[in-house]
Design a protein around this ligand. Structure first.
Ligand code: ADP
Ligand code: ZN
Length: 433
């Protein structure tokens, strides 16, 4: 099923026309209603007249996370606060959180795009979806919530945490869908397995996973362990929250709802567009947002775009898996390392649980690179030489993928901290020095 066929299957030419009309409108809006954007445009000698078609977007200046911090809390609102009906904020592990504001129309567009995702995953008004993303300032919980209500489904507003209860209600209320981070889904799966209850007693069929990078191997793991189809949902607070894009039944790329969020891929260093299909940083422009529009927002997420029509019938552009954020990239002894590469290797090996922690430090001016992993009980042995062989096997695979030999530390089962929200996979002690 397709929620909004006219838009999701629109031909490219019509889509670009629509994007152009909407871009003109949002540029007018910010030029007249946001001193921040007006100033940035004036610095480049631009007026709204310079923006006629969607191709003109490259003339506009970029916006970055620091701009949101510098204008904390409400400096980027482009409407009076009396029009703002909701605020959200991103966790912001360092410094001030970033705050976003929504008008009533912004909220209804958010519900619309999440509805497109949910319908693409296979939900309808007959289904119950357990929302186990956190509720509150984090956009995950309320974002999914609005979408489920909008398609007329039954929302179970569980929020994160309280794992035993999660499982009980998922079972008793017959949830067909579970929406949470992939790492929390894995933890739920482990907990169900330990409880001894058979998955056959659940109605669960579909997982709605996002808010953190995850790999194809993680998808396989979750689909097997929970006996579901696992789909990606992408989004970020600055743009609206989850629902900027979602996968379809083909599981071959995340459709971005480009009538509302215009995507570009640029080289993160030169900021020039990359060749079609090449990897780079995703830049998003909100084409319809009123409260706090984002013009050419640099997401820091590294990915690719594919404009070919999808087998599902949608023409909406498809985004490849997010490799990671450019600011998540570790540089260890001069080598670029993404946690997702490590994850991919670990999940390919049946001997290990899908849990890991990368610990980086600096000893005698040299970076140390340790990966902590848990051996699955069926592979665990107290024979030293077998464990050593296992360590060597995984270390060599990682070396072949990233070109750096890690020190592997096998830890007791269940010692790597399980996450209820976004998992923390890296401890970089070098930053403390
Ligand atoms: P914070 O910046 O505090 O983490 P957000 O919830 O706004 O708060 O995080 C958005 C970011 O989460 C995205 O920019 C991206 O890096 C990551 N993310 C969200 N959804 C996905 C997804 N489906 N796949 C990979 N990464 C994702
Ligand atoms: Zn598709």
């Amino acid at each position: 099923m397709i929620w909004n066929e006219t838009i999701e299957c629109m031909n490219r030419e019509d889509m670009r026309k629509l994007q152009g009309i909407r871009l003109r409108r949002v540029v007018e809006h910010v030029y007249h209603n946001s001193s921040f954007y007006r100033k940035k445009m004036q610095e480049l000698g631009l007026t709204p007249n310079d923006i006629q078609t969607i191709d003109d977007i490259v003339k506009l200046p970029f916006t970055v996370k620091q701009d949101l911090r510098d204008n904390y809390p409400f400096g980027l609102m482009a409407v009076p606060m009396s029009e703002i009906v909701r605020l959200h904020a991103s966790s912001g592990t360092t410094g001030k959180p970033i705050v976003v504001g929504y008008t009533r129309k912004d909220l209804s567009i958010w519900a619309e795009v999440v509805s497109r995702c949910l319908t693409a995953y296979g939900f309808s008004k007959n289904d119950a979806v357990q929302v186990s993303y956190g509720y509150g300032l984090f956009t995950g919980g309320l974002g999914l919530h609005g979408g489920v209500e909008n398609i007329g489904g039954t929302v179970i507003p569980m929020s994160s945490g309280n794992t035993q209860k999660q499982i009980q209600l998922m079972h008793d209320f017959g949830a067909k869908g579970l929406a949470c981070t992939p790492s929390y889904a894995l933890y739920l799966a482990e907990t169900i397995r330990k409880s001894g209850v058979s998955l056959d007693e659940f109605q669960l069929r579909i997982g709605v996973f996002g808010a953190e990078p995850w790999t194809e191997n993680m998808r396989k793991e979750l689909e097997e362990k929970l006996n579901i189809k696992a789909y990606d949902i992408y989004g970020l607070t600055e743009i609206c929250g989850p629902g900027v894009g979602g996968e379809c039944e083909c599981q071959n790329g995340t459709h971005l709802w480009e009538d509302h969020f215009f995507p570009e891929i640029v080289d993160p260093v030169t900021l020039q567009p990359v060749e079609p299909g090449q990897q780079g940083e995703l830049v998003l422009t909100t084409l319809t947002k009123e409260g706090m529009p984002m013009i050419r927002y640099r997401t820091r997420d590294l990915t690719t775009l594919n404009y070919e029509k999808c087998d599902c019938g949608r023409t909406a552009v498809r985004m490849g898996r997010i490799m990671g954020r450019s600011d998540d990239m570790l540089i260890i002894r001069g080598v670029n390392v993404f946690p997702s590469q490590v994850e991919s290797v670990i999940l390919e090996m049946p001997e290990f649980e899908a849990q890991y922690l990368i610990v980086v430090d600096r000893v005698n001016n040299t970076d140390t690179f340790q990966i902590q992993v848990e051996v699955r009980p069926e592979y665990y042995t107290d024979e030293m030489n077998k464990l050593l062989a296992l360590k060597k096997k995984i270390a060599n695979r990682i070396q072949s993928v990233i070109g750096l030999q890690p020190d592997i530390k096998i830890v007791e089962p269940c010692t790597i901290e399980r996450s209820m929200g976004k998992a923390k996979h890296v401890i970089d002690n070098r930053k403390l020095v």
